[in-house]
Design a protein around this ligand. Structure first.
Ligand code: SF4
Length: 472
């Protein structure tokens, strides 16, 4: 069988990242991540002996028309693609386009949004055959196996589809994969690895995903919809083997350790770092963390093992807001975590969200003051978005904070919640002000400038031109 996996283009030519809990539009500064779920799914299917092709259309600049050509030429039996909330309508309409090319092609989608809105997705898009819920790899394998054997996939765990009478039916959930070591290494050989370059550095990078799941309960986050609440870890040995494989096969020395929260199990991270050092793997990597689980000793070890930047989810400087979204951190933990990373020689990035429940002008000012005081190397300011699959989405509906949702506006660059404490326009205006004020200081520019490498400047230029071309 021939299977085509896609990170699809959109009709507006906007580029989107669609990776688990992260579904967002690429901006001029942002980088596109290597889509690790597609790569792992591709590897699972190749191991089964299928003829697999993967198109990361945003990364390769592939338009809808070029994609249709590829489909005609490859003539797949099945097309499966990732979806995101802000690009949802375009993502789901693709099913009809594919059926127009060849009505016998089986169409299936995955992603957090369609996981919780599986019925709606199928009912609204008759050309869409299957919705794959939660983490997709094994469900995709079972779906394709059933198709190959001519069986009805109706009972495949984790799948929503139509029965013979056209009724939408939901098979039971598939338990999350217990042993992640069963998964093959991501099939990066099916991608043009040159498309993935680090911002500011311009060097090629790949994603390694050592673990899945997060036991925390932040109400704005959809991570548990994709990977569940329990932390599942690959063995350190297997992760090290994958790094060595990527270094050797793709000549890549830069990695992003992708996890819901990479630093969750201190001993696991420490043993991964020791493994990198013992094997003499001269790599550079970035990761994310909460502020309440890092310490100087661990950060020193991470630095020695090649960690050059750590991203902290800070969200707000107001304790009541943090408590209201169940972030589970204390404001007083933020400064010491950032300071410890700086002292270890690791660059820091901070992620802040404006417009969380309880937000006011005063609390936004408090958050901006903290961001400036922390003097992190990168600060990212987002608007709060109640993505379907998060508890905040349900809360926003119950409280009347959103009307009939227009998912195309669910981008973290636009406030959509009508909170009793603040209007969305005020949140938007404050976010713009936060960027202006943060990056108007000489210190902030110097910190960014110090991270630039020559390749990064060239790369920025290329991306900027491509961005202008794509955005018309
Ligand atoms: S710590 Fe919170 S925001 Fe981060 S992945 Fe876990 S639930 Fe999501």
């Amino acid at each position: 069988m021939r299977i085509l996996l896609l990170n699809p283009p959109t009709r507006t030519n906007k580029k989107f990242i669609r990776e688990g809990r992260c579904t967002q539009e690429q901006g001029v500064w942002a980088t596109l991540w290597p889509p690790v779920t597609l790569a792992t799914t591709g590897a699972v299917l190749e191991r089964e002996g299928y003829d697999v092709r993967i198109c990361d259309c945003p990364a390769g600049g592939m338009s809808m028309e070029k994609l249709y050509d590829t489909i005609r030429r490859f003539s797949p039996d099945c097309v499966i693609w990732s979806t995101g909330t802000p690009s949802l309508e375009s993502d789901l309409q693709l099913a009809a386009d594919i059926k127009e090319i060849d009505a016998s092609i089986v169409t299936a989608v995955f992603g957090t949004h369609v996981t919780v809105m599986d019925r709606e997705s199928l009912l609204g898009h008759p050309a869409l055959d299957y919705v794959i819920r939660n983490e997709p790899e094994i469900t995709v394998r079972e779906l394709v196996r059933a198709l190959k054997e001519g069986k009805s996939p109706e009972n495949v765990e984790g799948l929503t589809c139509r029965d013979a009478g056209g009724e939408v039916v939901r098979a039971p959930d598939r338990p999350f994969l217990k042993n992640l070591d069963e998964l093959p290494f991501p099939a990066w050989h099916l991608f043009a690895v040159d498309h993935y370059t680090l911002p500011l550095k311009g060097r090629r990078f790949l994603i390694v995903a050592p673990q899945r799941g997060c036991p925390f309960n932040c109400s704005f986050c959809t991570c548990q919809t994709y990977y569940g609440k329990k932390l599942r870890k690959r063995s350190v040995e297997r992760v090290l083997q994958e790094i060595e494989h990527d270094m050797e096969t793709f000549k890549v020395l830069d990695f992003f350790f992708w996890a819901e929260t990479f630093v969750l199990d201190r001993e696991y991270v420490a043993s991964l770092c020791r493994g990198i050092l013992e094997r003499g793997l001269r790599i550079a990597w970035t990761c994310n963390s909460r502020v309440d689980i890092v310490d100087k000793e661990l950060l020193d070890l991470m630095r020695r093992a090649g960690c050059w930047m750590i991203s902290f989810g800070i969200e707000s400087a107001d304790q009541a807001i943090l408590d209201g979204v169940d972030k589970g951190i204390r404001v007083e933990q933020i400064g010491p975590a950032v300071q410890a990373a700086r002292e270890a020689g690791i660059k820091t990035a901070g992620h802040f969200i404006f417009g969380l429940p309880g937000e006011t002008e005063q609390t936004m000012n408090k958050t901006l003051r903290l961001a400036k005081k922390l003097e992190m190397d990168i600060a990212q300011f987002y608007c709060c978005v109640p993505f379907p699959g998060s508890r905040l989405y349900d809360m926003a509906g119950e409280q009347g904070w959103i009307d009939e949702p227009d998912f195309g506006r669910f981008s973290q660059a636009e406030a959509i919640l009508r909170l009793p404490s603040i209007e969305p326009q005020a949140v938007d205006a404050f976010r713009s002000r936060a960027y202006r004020e943060y990056y108007s200081s000489v210190g902030a520019w110097l910190r960014v400038f110090r991270m630039f490498e020559w390749g990064g400047l060239m790369d920025m230029g290329r991306k900027f031109l491509s961005f202008l071309r794509w955005s018309g």
